[in-house]
Design a protein around this ligand. Structure first.
Ligand SMILES: [Zn+2]
Length: 242
């Protein structure tokens, strides 16, 4: 089974009934998590009981992308049988940020922490990352395996690197925090996301990281103005098979 599940779709903080950023990518039994923001762990647990996943990639240290690493840490730390340490690939700052919530347990007892890699094997995947503009160090992610290419911008700003990161992707997951002509070099608006999906030649564009309360149909329409391929607004629990 080769499937991506959306764990959360909100930027900044989770609005009622939703969660912040997170995705689960399953490939022939290997379970890779991309970001674990506020409120994503309960939905992850529906798929992977007791935090039983195989690797985690976190794009940056904003809590809407990493807060529930704390929940994952505790689920594995207090499991009846603590398994092997879980590979965690993340930007500098993530571990210290999450560790600061934890006065007693040591994240390094649970996670085998690695810097964000390039051309690195993670289970069945090749994992590539690239730094993108944001308020803090931020990695964009490209995951490839036979029959599957998924790229994820996190919630970074537009950068030419995106065209390479998402080149030919079956699915380009793009943070589309802003709408209309709102511009910030450290964030993308929906039209930006469409524009970079077009330049990358991505097949499908999955918009996510919506500002709480925003009209998602408007974001979708704006992305469609710059990208002729399929545009989808992410919803919690949505799945894609490959
Ligand atoms: Zn951020």
């Amino acid at each position: 089974m080769r499937r991506l599940t959306v764990l959360g779709t909100c930027g900044a903080w989770p609005e009622a009934g939703r969660s912040a950023s997170g995705f689960l990518l399953e490939y022939d039994g290997f379970r890779l998590v991309l970001d674990l923001g506020y409120g994503t762990f309960p939905r992850l647990s529906e798929r992977c009981a007791d935090g039983q996943v195989d690797a985690v990639v976190v794009t940056h240290e904003h809590p809407d992308h990493c807060a529930d690493l704390s929940a994952l840490c505790r689920a594995r730390y207090f499991a009846p049988e603590r398994g092997a340490r879980l590979p965690l690939y993340c930007t500098p700052g993530v571990v210290a940020r999450v560790q600061a919530m934890e006065p007693t347990e040591d994240l390094f007892d649970v996670f085998d922490v690695h810097p964000i890699p390039s051309d690195h094997r993670v289970g069945p995947f090749r994992l590539d990352t690239a730094l993108l503009p944001h308020h803090v160090p931020h990695a964009g992610v490209r995951v490839t395996a036979p029959g599957l290419t998924v790229a994820y911008s996190g919630d970074a700003g537009a950068d030419p690197v995106l065209a390479r990161l998402a080149a030919g992707a079956d699915l380009f997951i793009a943070g589309a925090t802003l709408q209309g002509t709102a511009a910030d070099p450290r964030l993308m608006n929906a039209a930006d996301a469409g524009s970079w999906a077009a330049r990358a030649g991505a097949e499908r564009l999955l918009l996510t990281h919506f500002w709480p309360g925003s009209d998602r149909t408007r974001s979708t329409a704006e992305a469609r103005s710059t990208f002729a391929g399929e545009v989808i607004a992410a919803e919690e629990g949505m799945t894609f098979t490959f």
